[in-house]
Design a protein around this ligand. Structure first.
Ligand code: MD3
Ligand code: FE
Length: 226
């Protein structure tokens, strides 16, 4: 028993780690790491670059196989873009709205995704697609898994920009209890390992205005899809 008793000394070391070593790193589950403020200094560049992407492939409200239109508007950058229509979900090398490849992934996106993945223990992350979600107040993303990618050993890196949101973090099945995690502009999360197929979503976006994005939240998700 004595060997497992936590002494005041243990508590002191733990407090030291939290305060001085990794103050902005939060482990949500095995393989899921939240890096609060990791992209904070880069948010203006990221928003300018995502507007450049949207100038080539505009945001659109896609239709899910059941026939409903998503409240979140989406576009993509990189070689493969996630799309949904009445026939199902897929990664497509062409933007179906314009019949041309998606805009190239901006350098600012690629390097941020790789740095965040490395910080979370996934060195060498080379995403081939970035899905860009745009939320306005009232928009939400219902609980789902990301399972259209080929290799689930590859993590997904997500970056929040603009208005804050409540992220819904569930479990391995749809019925598992859901935790609500506040996400702010500049927060980055890396979802890998055993957490990769966790059910997740985003609660209805609250009304608000952000100095950088206005009445908007953007989320970038970097994927190795192919
Ligand atoms: C956990 N986007 O685009 S990012 C999505 O804020 C998506 O727009 C949300 O879910 C958003 O698919 C949440 C966080 C996220 C992304 C992928 C995950 C969490 C994940 C994959 C596995 C586990
Ligand atoms: Fe998702």
């Amino acid at each position: 028993m004595a060997s497992t008793t936590h002494t005041p000394l243990d508590a002191g070391f733990r407090r030291h780690d939290e305060l001085f070593e990794r103050p902005d790193r939060e482990t949500l589950a095995d393989g899921a790491v939240l890096l609060r403020g990791f992209a904070a200094s880069e948010t203006p560049r990221l928003v300018i670059d995502l507007q450049g992407v949207a100038a080539g492939s505009p945001f659109r409200h896609m239709i899910v196989p059941g026939g409903h239109t998503m409240s979140v508007a989406m576009t993509n950058a990189g070689a493969l873009g996630w799309v949904t229509d009445r026939s199902g979900y897929r990664y497509d090398p062409l933007d179906p709205e314009i019949g041309r490849p998606w805009p190239a992934m901006p350098e600012s996106f690629r390097t941020l995704a790789a740095r965040a993945a490395e910080a979370a223990g996934f060195p060498g992350f080379a995403p081939d697609g970035c899905l860009i979600n745009r939320y306005t107040p009232g928009a939400r993303l219902t609980l789902h898994q990301d399972r259209n990618e080929r290799d689930f050993t590859q993590p997904i890196v997500s970056v929040s920009l603009g208005l804050p949101a409540k992220f819904l973090w569930g479990g391995a099945t749809r019925k598992d209890k859901v935790k609500r995690i506040p996400l702010a502009s500049g927060d980055v999360a890396v979802w890998g390992g055993p957490a990769r197929l966790t059910f997740h979503g985003v609660d209805k976006l609250a009304e608000g205005s952000d100095p950088l994005t206005g009445r908007c939240r953007f989320n970038l998700t970097f994927r190795k899809a192919g």
